[in-house]
Design a protein around this ligand. Structure first.
Ligand code: ZN
Length: 259
């Protein structure tokens, strides 16, 4: 067993409390296209990458590419770390799809646009791998991913705590992914509790989450990247956010052993 390390590039303006969700999002002030916090996060992430040999998939929200400095930052990562960086799709605008009513046309249009943007800016690093914004995934999204040549989805958090994010149910999402030929890489849990993303920081979850990550199997290196698309390779999948690297004066590190 090996570990697939992934990070999401969400900026402050993308969190569900700010946008993309029918009930969680509240009107607030306009936030920058590319915040200082996220820029600090990228600096911390780059330092961490320099300290190890791990291959990391970066899930990018395509609307961030409207900012040329953001594009330069990610292109610099690719230029610096080469094949160690692969780019996946984290949506066009971070819309929480399964929290809204079914909208196959909207998702199809957004996915196509996002894919075009990501391929244009990161042609050698882009992979047809998808992560649903905020983990809101529906069974009807699978055929659209398949039509647009996606091979891997990593949106499902198999924790009972967030079971409502999969629509109409987690079992139906998994079934639909499988029948559409999309390989689902579910997120790491421990004692059926979340360990990824915010769980690394939320009181009540973080102790368990950190323990889980300290015991992770060896992360994938560039020679192992083929494993991600092949179901015969069982992987443990974890994700965190670039923004996390802005914590503690850019000294925050994912608690992954052997780094
Ligand atoms: Zn996100």
């Amino acid at each position: 067993m090996r570990t697939w390390c992934t990070v999401d590039t969400d900026d402050l303006r993308h969190v569900p409390s700010h946008q993309g969700h029918p009930t969680r999002s509240k009107e607030e002030e306009t936030l920058p296209d590319y915040s200082q916090r996220l820029q600090e996060g990228f600096r911390g992430f780059k330092q961490w990458m320099e300290s190890n040999e791990i291959a990391v998939t970066v899930f990018v929200i395509a609307d961030q590419c409207a900012n040329s400095e953001f594009v330069s930052t990610v292109q610099d990562l690719v230029a610096t770390f080469g094949e160690r960086i692969t780019i996946g799709c984290h949506g066009l605008t971070h819309r929480s799809w399964s929290a809204w009513s079914k909208d196959t046309e909207g998702f199809s249009r957004d996915l196509e646009q996002a894919t075009t943007i990501l391929k244009k800016h990161f042609p050698d690093s882009f992979r047809p791998w998808f992560r649903a914004p905020a983990g809101y995934i529906s069974d009807w999204m699978a055929p659209i991913l398949s039509q647009q040549a996606y091979t891997v989805d990593t949106s499902v958090n198999p924790s009972w705590l967030v079971r409502k994010k999969s629509s109409p149910s987690r079992a139906m999402v998994l079934k639909s992914m499988a029948s559409n030929g999309i390989l689902e890489r579910q997120w790491k849990t421990r004692f059926s509790l979340p360990t990824c993303g915010p769980a690394q920081h939320i009181m009540g979850l973080r102790w368990n989450a950190r323990q889980a990550w300290k015991g992770l199997p060896k992360p994938l290196g560039i020679e192992d990247l083929h494993c991600i698309e092949h179901p015969e390779h069982e992987l443990t999948t974890v994700y965190w956010h670039i923004l996390d690297h802005s914590r503690k004066n850019q000294q925050w590190l994912p608690p992954i052993k052997g780094v």
